[in-house]
Design a protein around this ligand. Structure first.
Ligand code: HEC
Ligand code: HEC
Ligand code: HEC
Length: 396
């Protein structure tokens, strides 16, 4: 009978909807995005990153890309740790998005080197064959406005240093968008946590199998050629035809990646496919790296280290240290990081043991732990590397 009273119905219906609105849309804000959700390692955007974020909004990247990883197994496997509210405290407005024509970008920071992004933005299909993402090469011709960026930082209350604003002069929108891409997801150490460790013996089930090598060649074209060039020749990442690593070492590098240098890990491909790629790489190795050919031929290959490891003939010799630094850059930096600082392999800048120990280690390697032996380099070049490491000269 109350429903006959239209005024009363209107009041009660409005009240019911208001209560619903309060409960679902207002009350939760007392519990989310509070101090408790803050993540200490999440810091505000720098001037360049903030400029890049505005390019992202202006170009409508969020019409094709989301920036939130949902807590679903498939998403976490594909993109990484799911998003937490504390990651977005400096996002005004948030750019979660609702459409995924392209992949989610919440964890793209650190996934690729800067150079990859520049090339991908200029010509997406060159880095991801078949990509239908539009090219954004024109961003190279647009400049970031330092004063406008300063005002934005002030309005948002983000801290900044005067040098940051000065450094914006001459930066393009392209520099800004790349800086912004590298920031996404980089504030939380999810990659370190997600790293799967290899257990047990590593041995290639497909060694020398021609069908596996052919499959490996296709897998290489799909997964690696964008960075390493077609046919292993090297692109902006290393030439892979001259490394001479053992299959175990190849497996480990591909499985774990070398994150500080921008080599992604491919554990998600699964062991079988990684071994097929390894079979392909191993079948294509040339005998000697060209970098070595300029130098005198190595005297011994598999000879035991002790015979050669008498004592360091080059200690404190500046020329040898220089040659050692170059060799280090070519052969060791991929794993140990530039300037001895450590990459996925240990920091070598504080090596404390004897030169002889170091020689032996480089000569023989420690394969089970992922350190290849470098006996083919020959004693002379190994001593040069030893001299460089012993000199403790950390670059940069
Ligand atoms: C028309 C839809 C579309 C638009 C607009 C678009 N993208 Fe994409 N994007 C894609 C697709 C599809 C891919 C997957 C293929 C590829 O990597 O190119 C992609 C891939 C990417 C990737 C690589 C992600 C990964 O994990 O491999 C990045 C980074 C990216 N886009 C950034 C941007 C930025 C920045 C903008 C705006 C300037 C943008 N995209 C605009 C469709 C789009
Ligand atoms: C996003 C770019 C990128 C992709 C994709 C990529 N790599 Fe790499 N890779 C790098 C970079 C960067 C390095 C380290 C710096 C260098 O050696 O140029 C590297 C290093 C390596 C190394 C060690 C090289 C050395 O000098 O010791 C191997 C082996 C390797 N990659 C294999 C692969 C294989 C196999 C694939 C495909 C499954 C692959 N990479 C995909 C960027 C990439
Ligand atoms: C394919 C990756 C890779 C390359 C290339 C590589 N290393 Fe290593 N190296 C490792 C790993 C992994 C370890 C750690 C082994 C362990 O835990 O016992 C290691 C360990 C070492 C150690 C011992 C460090 C310690 O604290 O115990 C030294 C010294 C070393 N490497 C020197 C070199 C030199 C010099 C080169 C270049 C000629 C080189 N490595 C090239 C992966 C590599």
């Amino acid at each position: 009978m109350w429903e006959k009273n239209s005024a009363l119905l209107l009041v009660l219906a409005t009240a019911a909807i208001l209560v619903g609105t309060m409960v679902t849309m207002v009350v939760p804000f007392a519990y989310v995005n509070t101090e408790r959700d803050a993540i200490a390692s999440v810091v505000p955007y720098t001037a360049l990153e903030l400029a890049g974020r505005d390019v992202y909004i202006k170009e409508g990247c969020n019409n094709c890309h989301t920036q939130t990883v949902r807590p679903l197994v498939a998403e976490v496997i594909r993109y990484g740790d799911y998003s937490k509210s504390g990651e977005f405290v400096y996002d005004r407005p948030h750019l979660w998005g609702s459409r995924r024509t392209g992949p989610d970008l919440a964890r793209v920071g650190g996934k690729y080197p800067d150079q990859w992004h520049y090339q991908h933005m200029r010509d997406p299909a060159s880095m991801a064959p078949g990509s239908n993402m539009p090219a954004y090469g024109f961003l190279d011709n647009r400049r970031v406005n330092p004063e406008l960026t300063r005002r934005k930082l002030e309005v948002l209350g983000f801290p900044y240093a005067e040098e940051e604003i000065i450094a914006l002069a001459g930066k393009t929108d392209m520099d800004a968008i790349v800086a912004y891409m590298q920031k996404l997801g980089s504030d939380i150490p999810w990659r370190e946590q997600a790293r799967t460790t290899l257990v047990g013996e590593l041995s290639n089930p497909y060694s020398g199998d021609q069908a596996a090598i052919a499959e490996g060649r296709d897998l290489y074209a799909q997964n690696c050629a964008a960075c390493h060039g077609s046919g292993l020749k090297g692109g902006f990442a290393a030439d892979l035809s001259v490394l001479g690593y053992t299959e175990e070492v190849f497996f480990q590098v591909i499985h774990d990646g070398i994150l500080p240098l921008g080599m992604p890990g491919f554990s998600a491909l699964g062991s079988e496919r990684i071994w097929k790629i390894v079979s392909y790489l191993a079948s294509e190795q040339k005998a000697q790296p060209p970098a070595d050919q300029a130098l005198t031929a190595p005297e011994a290959s598999a000879a035991p280290a002790v015979a050669e490891a008498a004592s360091n003939p080059y200690r404190d010799d500046a020329a040898a240290i220089g040659a050692g630094r170059d060799l280090y850059g070519q052969r060791c930096a991929a794993c140990h990081g530039p300037g001895l600082k450590g990459g996925f392999a240990p920091d070598l800048s504080r090596w404390a043991d004897s030169d002889e120990k170091l020689f032996e280690l480089i000569h023989d390697g420690r394969l089970a732990a992922g350190m290849p032996g470098f006996s083919p380099l020959g004693a002379e070049r190994i001593w040069q590397i030893v001299s460089y490491i012993a000199s403790g000269q950390v670059d940069q």
